[in-house]
Design a protein around this ligand. Structure first.
Ligand SMILES: Cc1ncc(COP(=O)(O)O)c(C=O)c1O
Length: 418
């Protein structure tokens, strides 16, 4: 093997990725974001080489005194920012957070209930995903197709009747607040735990621009730390009013249960992002939602069927559109990618879950465009470019305009400088 050549190939691939996704694309995958330059600087350190099994100050390995300091800092800042009395930053992703929490709060064969994937849940809440991997049974809430949202009344009746151990809220498609208070009231009747999966909306919650699940009654909030919350790729578990027993069970599931090395180099970058969100989160979250509404509205005006129009499309960072008239989600997502606009195809609530290869919809998020300083004016331009790309206009021409637009928004905003 020519090692020099292969080594260069690695750096060539990195350079291409940085140039393309990092500099020439309009990135609108609703689950992605970019860290600030200061957080990025904090990401690469000696911590990336180390282990720290166990809880801070109760480790199984030596050499962890500074890991304890940074992990304490992350837990304290997270509790403050999210109004929690329990925080654990050791889960290395949102999916891992769900595995730990679900397996801690219910035994194999017991029931978890949630909205269901076509209605917006993440696969980790499904029988064919993490919930099934830890041997839970899964039932879905009732869906109101007219409002395109959870049917609260019928769902409460179903919860009373099926008596699940865990009820979940939050999801991967979430344009409007979920009925946390109502589901908590039903959960209290049967002794179930309410888990809100805030992976998508954590940054909006941090900025005070979405519902506050822990204040509204969720016992636990799991999340990724890299979607609307623009931190390092990782996860977090937060709790409020959770009894000692359930808290300890969750922590035991994290370690020694599932996570051994918790990728401690994430923690300094997480601490910086928590501080940045305390300082700039409100403005960032507010503009993200404004942009989401603006882009959804303009796409709708230009002929795309954006869902939940009657309710104003969205009050989060994302919206979904029914693109069957344009050939379905796969065709539209491919056409946009050819013009450097990156979104994902998405199941809609009426889709068969087995038809994930060509679902009816697309999902679009504005959190990354906002992070680079785009506002409502640019959203109009983005909508115009999207519709032209899907409409079959010359791809090179549209792509050139996309690259030019992106080129004007290169610096991360809403963060510390220097
Ligand atoms: C609602 C929700 N929960 C959990 C996850 C999994 O998070 P991660 O990719 O951090 O494992 C996702 C991923 O997009 C998600 O949308």
């Amino acid at each position: 093997m020519d090692f020099e050549k292969e080594k260069n190939r690695v750096f060539d691939i990195i350079a291409k990725q940085n140039k393309w996704r990092g500099g020439e694309c309009l990135n609108m995958i609703a689950s992605e974001n970019v860290m600030s330059p200061v957080a990025t600087k904090a990401y690469v350190s000696d911590f990336m080489h180390r282990y720290a099994e166990g809880l801070p100050h109760q480790r199984y390995y030596q050499g962890t005194k500074f890991t304890d300091d940074i992990e304490d800092m992350c837990n304290d800042l997270a509790k403050k920012l999210f109004g929690a009395d329990f925080a654990d930053n050791r889960v290395i992703s949102g999916g891992v957070a769900n595995v730990c929490v679900f397996s801690a709060l219910a035994k194999p064969g017991e029931l978890l209930m949630g909205p269901g994937t076509p209605a917006g849940s993440h696969i980790s809440h499904e029988k064919f995903g993490a919930a099934g991997v830890v041997a839970l049974n899964v039932e879905h809430y009732e869906f109101d197709f007219e409002r395109y949202d959870i049917d609260v009344e019928k769902t409460v009746a179903k919860i009373r009747s099926l008596k699940p151990k865990i009820v979940t809220l939050g999801g991967s498609v979430i344009q409007f607040p979920h009925p946390v208070r109502e589901i908590r009231a039903a959960a209290d009747e049967i002794g179930a735990t309410v888990v809100y999966d805030g992976a998508h909306v954590l940054g909006l919650i941090a900025g005070g621009e979405f519902q506050q699940p822990l204040k509204e009654g969720a016992h636990v909030m799991t999340a990724s730390t890299h979607k609307t919350f623009p931190g390092p790729q990782g996860g977090i578990v937060l709790g409020k009013g959770l009894d000692e027993k359930r808290q300890r069970k969750i922590q035991n599931r994290i370690f020694p249960g599932i996570v051994s090395n918790h990728h401690v180099h994430r923690l300094p970058a997480m601490a910086i992002t928590l501080l940045e969100m305390m300082e700039f989160g409100k403005d960032y979250a507010k503009q993200t939602v404004k942009n989401s509404k603006a882009l959804a509205g303009e796409l709708d005006r230009l002929g795309m069927k954006v869902l939940m129009k009657e309710r104003g499309f969205t009050v989060s960072h994302q919206f979904i559109a029914d693109v069957r008239n344009f050939g379905g989600g796969t065709k539209v997502a491919d056409a946009l990618e050819e013009c450097n606009m990156i979104i994902n195809k998405n199941l809609l609530a009426f889709d068969d879950v087995n038809n994930a290869a060509n679902p009816s919809g697309i999902r679009v998020g504005t959190q990354e465009l906002t992070r680079f300083g785009m506002k409502e004016k640019e959203m109009k331009q983005v909508a115009d470019l999207m519709v032209r790309a899907i409409g079959g206009e010359n791809k090179e021409k549209v792509k050139k305009e996309v690259v030019e637009l992106r080129g004007r928004f290169k610096e991360v905003q809403y963060c510390f400088k220097g």
